[in-house]
Design a protein around this ligand. Structure first.
Ligand code: F6P
Length: 359
């Protein structure tokens, strides 16, 4: 009988409980035991490690749809990769994690995380030498290379859609525009997908140069005097500082366009998990358990079309753009962005959405 661990790391998103629930169901069905590591690496740093044995009743199926992580994602005040790197205690930290995993005698660990956690796992793989490490990609930013979807992205797009659907009604009443700032860090995929979904009139993302005068012209040429301008949080405007939606809003006001900035903030990471994300959770959980059965290690699950496959973490790391982590000087994170040939860019142009200088 195998003993496997599961932990959630990095920023939360909706879908984490669905993944945990599906991993527990699938593992129990194989006759395995599952241990939930509480608070990610924080739980592994505690003595004894903060771990609970999980059964299908631990997260009942009717609660698997809710956002957040039943296992928590870590406490910023604890020692973690970031604080360990800053205080020169990386070796000690890695040893603490390795010792904990050895004490727990786990055969495998399912790490549900984002590109930061995966990059760290790849770069510090000695921690997981004695077990099978299988990563499941989750993030509302969808900035992980080599997978067609990440857990939590679809729910975030849906939450933004719901939010903007309501904003449009008040926008119409007041003949005004809303500049909606989405999350996503320096990846514009969340803004692009949600912008198309809600019928935004402009979508501004970090990957594509834009011009405020062109944006103003575009808005002035619209038949409507209300609507949504989607702005990804990673954009910059030369000579300006502050929140991106505020910067754009001020420019529009200066051009005589009635508008308000709006910030959906953390609701993008909340909301009941959509059916699409739940199905993805079930697919990725099954793929992860198969990988453990086949003794694969240092891999990540990835959606390719309709199929879920495993990809070595080395390929994940090589495929992305390597960006230095501002908080962990030794680390470069592997990032994915909107590709110049993303078909949604053509769709946006065909829908007369201002998207910047794409060609
Ligand atoms: O990576 C997920 C994300 O929600 C980003 O979109 C956002 O920039 C960031 O996390 C916010 O992080 P924090 O929870 O530290 O405020």
């Amino acid at each position: 009988m195998k003993k496997i661990g599961i932990m959630t790391t990095g920023g939360d998103c909706s879908g984490l409980n669905s993944v945990i629930n599906r991993v527990v169901l699938g593992a129990t069905n194989r006759g395995w035991r599952v241990y939930g590591i509480v608070d990610g690496t924080d739980g592994l740093c505690m003595r004894p490690a903060n771990v609970i044995e999980m059964t299908p009743q631990t997260i009942p199926v009717e609660l698997a749809r809710i956002a957040g992580s039943f296992l928590h994602n870590g406490n910023a005040c604890m020692m973690n990769f970031e604080t360990a790197a800053k205080t020169g205690r990386m070796l000690k930290f890695n040893k603490m994690l390795k010792d904990s995993l050895a004490t727990l005698k786990l055969d495998a660990l399912v790490l549900v995380g984002g590109n930061g956690s995966f990059s760290l796992s790849y770069k510090n793989s000695e921690i997981y030498n004695d077990l099978s490490l299988v990563c499941i990609p989750k993030t509302i930013d969808f900035d992980i290379p080599l997978t067609d979807k990440t857990i939590g992205f679809d729910t975030a797009v849906n939450e933004l859609t719901r939010y903007c659907d309501q904003l449009l009604l008040t926008a119409r009443s007041h003949h005004r525009w809303f500049v909606v700032q989405t999350m996503g860090r320096d990846c514009g995929r969340l803004a692009l997908h949600a912008g198309i979904a809600i019928g935004a009139d402009a979508i501004i993302v970090p990957e594509i140069k834009f011009d405020v005068d062109d944006l103003v012209k575009h808005i002035n040429a619209c038949e409507r005097d209300y609507g949504i301008i989607m702005v990804s949080e990673g954009i910059t405007l030369r000579g300006h500082s502050g929140r991106p939606a505020d910067m754009i809003s001020r420019k529009l006001t200066a051009a005589g366009i009635q508008n308000r900035a709006a910030f959906p903030d953390y609701i993008q990471r909340a909301g009941d998990t959509t059916a699409t994300d739940r199905i993805l959770a079930a697919k990725m959980a099954t793929c992860a358990l198969d990988a453990i059965e086949n003794r694969e290690t240092n891999v990540m699950t990835a959606l390719r079309g309709n199929e879920c496959v495993t990809v070595p973490l080395s390929e994940f790391y090589a495929a992305g753009d390597l960006v230095r982590d501002p908080n962990i000087p030794e680390l470069c994170t592997s990032n994915a962005y909107i590709e110049p040939d993303d078909p949604l860019l053509d769709v946006a142009t065909a829908m007369n959405i201002y998207i910047g200088q794409t060609k």
